[in-house]
Design a protein around this ligand. Structure first.
Ligand code: AVI
Length: 326
């Protein structure tokens, strides 16, 4: 495409517009690179456009998806002890805030919290959640930060003792080596403050399988929304009916794997490129690692943290860890 076309002197064709939207968007570039690699892998962070964030909220309500309600119950029961570790006048940096439901339980238990900085990659969703926090907690400063914190994070100077909150077991969506690097970087961002992190635990594979294959098909819709998003944002022509959701537990790697599988041989146009699929070809869209309390603590220690306290539900399905700088 020429500079003249880009500056409107000639109207770009539909194909050129698609090439432009693909190369000018990080999602487009990463999706194309992921579909061109072998095996095909796309980062789960691209699930979370507005539709994907709403679908994720729905996942948290389906009966089979135990992590959210189990973590909420742990927070409800132990928020005073967690808040005591965080201390009075704390500032909370919430990583991957989403609807900011969980942080409320901490805020209600904390003594004079100064400020909350909810961080999320999905801007619309974050702004709405921040607005609700401002209404419900008058006097609390709320500074939403729309960013992909896996890349970089630029925070204003702390207002009070800065502590981190990373709920939901999103740490499980990183490869262990990446998770270790992220935990290490969080220690830098928190500048001496502790970190409360939610971690899903290894359990009966049948429970795990059900949690990622809910009967209502919400997880399937969430997974396939990645293709719908590519159609919306990049002008791709994925036919969603020709792809299926697949999620299974991989015991040697202690992880759920989510894939999108082609139901037949087909060609998809993406930014002026043709992407070929054979029947059964799959694209890995997410891994969700499950830890034991001990294996997560080892990871935290390797990242420079000192495990200080851990809360686990009776069924030992989910854990929340309070880590202090090592
Ligand atoms: C956000 N994350 C911790 C969820 C998980 O369980 O790994 C995402 C998810 N994927 C399918 N269902 C939920």
């Amino acid at each position: 495409m020429s500079a003249a076309q880009l500056h409107g002197e000639a109207r770009p064709s539909v194909r050129d517009r698609n090439v432009l939207s693909i190369t000018s968007s990080a999602f487009g570039r990463e999706l194309l690179a992921g579909l061109s690699s072998q095996p095909r892998v796309v980062s789960p962070k691209w699930f979370y456009d507005e539709a994907g964030s709403m679908l994720f909220e729905q996942i948290t309500q389906v009966p089979e998806y135990y992590p959210t309600r189990t973590e909420l119950a742990l927070l409800e029961q132990h928020a005073p002890a967690m808040a005591a570790h965080m201390g009075a006048g704390a500032e909370i940096v919430e990583f991957g805030a989403g609807a900011s439901r969980k942080v409320r339980l901490l805020l209600s238990a904390l003594v004079a919290p100064r400020r909350v900085l909810p961080i999320d990659i999905s801007g619309d969703h974050l702004e709405k959640a921040a607005e609700r926090l401002r209404i419900d907690y008058p006097g609390l400063a709320v500074l939403p930060v729309v960013t992909d914190f896996t890349r970089a994070l630029d925070l204003p100077p702390p207002m009070g003792r800065r502590v981190g909150f990373f709920p939901g077991s999103s740490i499980g969506n990183f490869e262990p080596a990446q998770a270790q690097r992220l935990l290490r970087r969080m220690a830098g961002w928190l500048a001496g403050g502790g970190l409360l992190v939610g971690v899903d635990l290894v359990k009966d594979p049948a429970l795990l399988h059900a949690a990622y294959n809910d009967a209502q098909g919400v997880t399937a819709a969430f997974n396939l929304n990645l293709l719908a998003r590519a159609n919306r944002e990049l002008g791709a022509d994925f036919d969603l009916a020709q792809f299926s959701h697949s999620a299974f537990y991989n015991p040697p790697r202690s992880r759920i794997e989510m894939h999108i599988v082609s139901r037949r041989q087909q060609t998809v146009c993406l930014g002026g490129q043709r992407v070929e699929f054979d029947e059964g070809d799959s694209v890995q869209t997410e891994c969700s690692y499950k830890y034991t309390v001990e294996s997560f603590q080892r990871l935290a220690v390797a990242a420079g943290w000192m495990p200080h306290a851990v809360w686990v539900d009776e069924a030992r399905w989910f854990s929340l860890h309070w880590l202090q700088p090592g």
